[in-house]
Design a binder for this molecule. Sequence first.
Ligand code: 2PG
Ligand code: MG
Length: 424
Amino acid sequence: MSKIVQVKAIQIFDSRGTPTISCKVILDNGMEGIAMVPSGASTGSKEALELRDSEIKYHGKGVLNAVDNINNILGPLIVGNDPIQQEKIDQSLIDRDGTNDKSQLGANSILAISIAVSRVAASLKGISLHEHFSDLYKDMTGEKPQQSLPMPMLNILNGGEHADNNIDIQEFMIIPSGAESFTQAMQWSSEVYINLKEILHSMKLSTSVGDEGGFAPNLNSNEDAIKLIEESIIKSDLKPGIDINIALDCAASEFFKNGKYILSGEGKELSSDEFSDYLKNLISKYPITSIEDGMDENDIDGWKLLTKKIGNKCQLVGDDLFVTNKEILSKGIKEEIANAILIKFNQVGSLTETIRAIECATSAAYKSIISHRSGETEDTTIADLAVGLGVGQIKTGAPCRSDRVSKYNRLLWIEEENNKILLK
Ligand code: 2PG
Ligand code: MG
């Protein structure tokens, strides 16, 4: 048995230039696992706490206290443990923090260790990280998942909190559903992305990009964004609704004020009923097969309405709604709201709890989508998580910018090296 001998963290930077944590777990045989923690901009209010220093330095966003918590408290706590015992290690970190939302020592500190432990455990076993995740799921649930390449959801037009334009919906994604391999899915997506750039350029619209690598032009309405995407699919000699579908992340909590959905870009103030009709109208006109956070995270009646109206025709994904939290998801399942969950491990703050949320979704026939955050690093762990657990879907931004393509590039290698792991 190999043991953890040292856990070491430093402060690094994410794709927005904001500090985040990098953590190394080192074994007695010299092996190392390294992890970097992502960070969101449109966060759910029930997410586990991301510990930030409240000093003037780094605009109050330093993570030096969280780094200290790793180096001085949490790291020493797990020295001597076998890294294969992920659940046991995660539980001891959670217990040492002792709060429900990890606010004592920080979800970012706990997650950094949790991921680094999994990475070094895979090296120790001499297997790929996705294989290791598949084993972990089996150890925790008794069921070995069928590994698969996930269908990518690529955010090619950014609005909301992720861009400085006037578009209220946060993400306009393409899903290359008709592709037969991950490589083909990425080829089509990159062609659509470049064609969208050419169309925007020819219309004299901005081609600079938002936080997730998608373009961020000013447009008259959300519907105009969808029309431009449809046009760029056609310009790529692909068929909207057959080769490529469209997905939205409304991130509706960001524009829900005093009981109304305020679409300031198009001068509309809508009730829950009206906004659910607005979305229903969009899916009837365009090949939209997935809508995330179509309602505010606390507008449960709105969610019920939306699910009743379009839940049988469209994937309805809870992100801010469920925050990768098994308990919150279970409640939502009972209330029959949404039919899918977005999985972001930093929303809950450990690998074990992330896997439990996925298991809970699967057992209720809710779909899971593994997701990046808008603030990312070159860490590619989510690519392996999507494959190892065979969840079938990943969203990790545009096919542009290293923080986004690093995940897609990892998946291209997994496809190349595993001819038995197919696109789901
Ligand atoms: C989302 C995410 C990722 P953020 O809302 O789904 O796209 O954004 O990380 O800012 O919460
Ligand atoms: Mg979201």
